[in-house]
Design a protein around this ligand. Sequence first.
Ligand code: NGO
Length: 493
Amino acid sequence: MSDPAPAFPPLIPRPLAVAPERGAFELGPRARIVAVDAEAADVGRLLARMLRPPTGYALPVVAAPKAAVAGAVVLALVPGDRALGGEGYRLRVDDRITIAARRPAGLFRGAQTLRQLLPVTVESTAPVPGPWLVPRGTIHDRPRFAWRGLMLDVARHFFGVTEVERLIDEMAAYKLNRLHLHLTDDQGWRIAIRSWPNLTRVGSGTAVGGGQGGHYTQRELARIVAYARRRFVDVVPELDMPGHVNAALASYGRLAADGVAPAPYTGIDVGFSSLALQRASTYEFVDDVVREVAALTPGPYLHIGGDEALSTDPDEYRVFVERVQRIVRAHGKRMVGWEETSRARLRRSSVVQHWHDAALARRAVEQGAKLVLSPATRAYLDMKYKPSFPLGLEWAGTTSVRDAYDWDPATLLEGVGEHDVLGVEAALWSETFADRAGLDLLAFPRLLGLAEVGWSPSAGRSWREYRLRLAAHGPRLSARGIGFHPSPEVPWA
Ligand code: NGO
């Protein structure tokens, strides 16, 4: 049985509405990128930077059109077009390409769509022959959910700035907008804190399996944040507490209940460490780390972990979470926590990340908090694809490419509806991989499915059709050097 041709055009995530027309526009050697508003110019520069290597064209970014704009790529802000929302765009291809959006973020998302409308060779890093044809028509697009994230665990194994920037590029290509960095855990503390220098002097020197670890200086984290911001991705930093803190306790024994610094930990057990919650200095620690990290991340959110605090007294846990919620707020952020934090009294502005306990997720919703959904059976990219897969864990089962795609945030949890859900997030825990090759195998192609779950309307989504579009993306991923898992579920091109 042969597969039908992939739905035209094979865009991921699938846009809200596509109206194809006959014929194509050709991007020519003298094309310009016209940024009608100053605010659009930076998106224009990023677009030019993406198109110059494969085309070999100059593609100057110009402010106001001096002559007619036929043949150009026009980026225009249309603040009055309410149907577009903060990240939506309209892309029209006739004798020019016009991307219109209310905000620069929308222009950027539209530019990613344009990239996917061009031939696969657009992914080349060296000039290749054209023609650079773009099919004519109109696309109207906007995201279903505001939060479309990826969490990277840099604590179990450390990933440096270059690696993270590469991942931000891939996120941006698929319209994801939140990079959640799991910066601390039992096995490593990965962000320099000026007021508590031992956290990195001692606490960052190892990793799962005994590797050398590593950490970001504050400058490096600021660089990641700026890189992400330019691509309209917010960095959500996570400082996991009151459990998952062995690296912090190893750095400062006074944070531990018995006052004794434990040895560094390089295994993969969970739930054995806790901050001493009755000591005042613990709250000084929390205030200091939250303040320093909040100052480095301009986004509205700060994640305080809160998962698997199995060595913390439950009553103390609740009091702690409420107190940390006040600290996070005092430093100008909205608290995000794993779903266990819903055992505490939450503010409506706090966000709860669901991972495996529906009752705890409902408890968050009952308190008026919004949910980010990372169901371990769907969105944990560290689960094996199949039992024989060489990398990954299996505690939540196996997660095929289809499993990662074929679900709907509005019907996942009983008692949780569309309006309770802020969005979705893939979680990439790094116990079982230490390098780019492992990361790529687990994250791709499943991350693309999650991106579509977060962006595209559920009506019209189907695995049967998606797998064909995904197949068309294989060569694009390969051209960008991504060693994805070529799962046999997908008829790869
Ligand atoms: C759990 C645990 C993490 C593990 C992960 C592995 C959460 C929120 N806490 O998810 O520490 O790394 O599973 O899949």
